[in-house]
Design a protein around this ligand. Structure first.
Ligand SMILES: [Zn+2]
Length: 318
């Protein structure tokens, strides 16, 4: 008898515990939309490392950021993994580049947009600030906006305003951090202009594996050409190789650049072709184009990445 009573009370305690936990869960989900995620911080998922870096700078201690694409990853070809879908599902805000950079994720963003702020950092840019894409296959604009630091200031403003709107309690904090970061970006923009100007004018020609540097060239005064077109999805053929080879020979270009997120064999075949025609070209170094360097290194930040590229280009062509 006594034993049975004890069991009943244990069951009752168990049921009460479940009711309490359920009530607590309902109470938690009912309070403030931004109180989800980790420890009251906004959770943000960003596609490229460049975007994640800016979110970290602007969001500081109130934002938990995860980037989907690490060092060496090509965003044009990137497909979301199972783990990525989880991160995107769990985030309070999603930032992506837009302009079809993340070509294989567009439908996913459309679906997410109906449930949470899913924002392209290129969304403040006006038509006249954008370059047309040479082929209309995957979109009408060049997506590589981060290579004009001025355009990346606009991306910073998109991030600032989105964070402030979602989490108004810390809006002033986000504005202050964005303002401080924008000052650094303006300094970086000046640095790039000054450094590129050190290269003799006729040598200001930048040859890379794919056409990522159009905005860079326009902003800092270089003629830019790539082997593979603007999108790494498009294949290059032997015609592209011989065209670029002839361009190198004709313009007496002495250095070309490989990219961290594009296999280097494409550009190597151009160098070999030029060598057979008696023109010596060297690899001027590795540039970070569509992905930053390793996490924890200088080049693993947006500012460090741009500086690395500028310094590498200047050292090879000066
Ligand atoms: Zn690209």
């Amino acid at each position: 008898m006594r034993k049975k009573f004890k069991t009943n009370s244990a069951i009752r305690r168990f049921i009460m515990t479940i009711i309490f936990l359920a009530a607590a869960a309902i109470a938690t989900s009912a309070c403030g939309s931004q109180e989800t995620g980790s420890g009251g911080k906004l959770t943000v998922t960003a596609t490229t490392g460049m975007i994640a870096d800016v979110v970290r700078e602007v969001g500081g201690e109130y934002v938990e950021v995860s980037g989907l694409m690490g060092a060496g990853i090509d965003p044009h070809l990137y497909k979301a993994s199972q783990g990525d879908v989880k991160k995107l599902d769990g985030a309070d805000i999603i930032f992506y580049n837009g302009l079809h950079l993340e070509g294989k994720m567009a439908e996913m963003f459309e679906a997410l947009e109906t449930r949470k702020p899913t924002v392209a950092v290129s969304s403040y840019l006006k038509e006249e600030q954008l370059h047309a894409a040479p082929d209309q296959e995957t979109g009408s604009h060049d997506p590589h906006i981060w290579f004009n630091v001025k355009l990346w200031i606009s991306a910073t403003e998109v991030i600032r305003d989105t964070l402030a709107e979602k989490d108004p309690a810390h809006a002033d904090y986000y504005k202050e951090h964005a303002a401080a970061y924008i000052l650094k970006l303006e300094e970086l923009d000046r640095y790039a202009k000054e450094q590129i100007a050190l290269i003799p004018e006729k040598s200001r020609i930048l040859v890379t594996a794919h056409d990522a540097f159009g905005y860079f060239g326009e902003a800092y005064g270089m003629t830019v050409t790539g082997l593979q077109g603007m999108n790494t999805m498009s294949e290059y053929g032997s015609k592209d190789v011989s065209k670029l080879r002839d361009y190198l020979v004709e313009n007496k270009i002495k250095a070309v650049f490989i990219e961290s997120s594009v296999p280097k064999k494409s550009i190597e075949s151009v160098i070999e072709g030029a060598r057979q025609l008696g023109h010596k070209v060297v690899i001027g170094g590795e540039l970070f184009s569509d992905a930053m360097g390793d996490e924890g290194t200088e080049e693993g930040t947006y500012i460090g990445m741009v500086k690395h590229n500028v310094d590498t280009i200047v050292a090879a062509l000066k």
